[in-house]
Design a binder for this molecule. Structure first.
Ligand SMILES: [Zn+2]
Length: 270
């Protein structure tokens, strides 16, 4: 199966009772019935076309429409399961699961990309090199990037959690130098909405090992409890004080934690 366009291999169920179809090539507008088309019962020319709720579909193509600074809508091209009938373009938010954790393809580094470019990895204040990134739908239905070399462990974590009916999904993955700089400056200026952030060049989010996983609080939260119990065996470990959401994929540190019967590095005490 393809890990970098995960939706291609799956069957989705239309969950929204109002799953409207979009105009091909003009996805922010809706598709309507026009004269000469067969009309379903109760529909009139000019009505917006929809995919009936509970229809099972395959998504054979996607388009991402950016809305504002960080917002985006992922549209999917829905086909019948046997691939012979086209339903058409609709928002993937109409599908069960809303496309959370679906991967949307690879972003290879551009030729000649510099150390402040979107694919540049950093650690400890040094530029490490360029990484191939993968776009993925986060828990807020926005698009994050993960480093291709830590994608499989992350998806394995998601899959293992799903068998316990726990949704592991991220709020933040890979960050470029300029993105980390913005977060650090917001934190330094105490701007609303900005958490503690490491100086640019030093965040583990810049080398592909850090994942901010949505947890609704600390102890007692089902996602956090699942991560504490199962994360280390899958290579994930908590490393930062006061950040129960921040987990790093580090097989060596995680194996040590497993041996010690813990889920965190020794520096973490709150
Ligand atoms: Zn983090």
């Amino acid at each position: 199966m393809s890990h970098t366009s995960s939706y291609l291999d799956k069957i989705f169920t239309v969950a929204d009772p109002d799953a409207r179809l979009r105009k091909p090539g003009d996805l922010m507008n809706f598709l309507t019935f026009t004269a000469g088309q067969p009309l379903p019962e109760g529909a009139a020319i000019g009505d917006i076309r929809k995919i009936p709720q509970n229809t099972k579909v395959k998504i054979d193509d996607i388009e991402i429409v950016r809305t504002g600074t960080s917002g985006s809508i992922v549209f999917g091209h829905a086909m019948s399961l046997n691939g012979t009938t086209e339903h058409g373009w609709t928002s993937t938010r109409n599908l069960a699961g809303k496309f959370v954790n679906e991967t949307l393809g690879e972003l290879p580094p551009a030729p000649g990309a510099g150390k402040f470019g979107p694919n540049a990895a950093w650690a400890g204040g040094s530029f490490l090199g360029q990484r191939t990134l993968v776009e993925i739908v986060d828990v807020k239905l926005e698009i994050e990037r993960l480093a291709l070399d830590t994608l499989e462990p992350y998806l394995a974590l998601v899959k293992a959690a799903a068998t316990s009916n726990v949704l592991v999904a991220i709020n933040s993955g890979f960050r470029s130098y300029p993105e980390q700089k913005l977060l650090f400056e917001g934190f330094k200026k105490h701007l609303p909405g900005f958490n503690t952030a490491a100086p640019p060049g030093t965040s583990k989010h810049q080398n592909g090992i850090a994942f901010d996983i949505r947890v609704a609080g600390g102890d007692g939260d089902p996602v956090y409890e699942w991560l504490k119990k199962n994360g280390p065996a899958l290579g994930f470990i908590r490393t930062v004080n006061r950040e129960p959401w921040h987990w790093e994929f580090d097989k060596v540190k995680a194996a040590k934690a497993v041996a010690k019967g813990t889920f965190k590095t020794a520096n973490v005490n709150v």
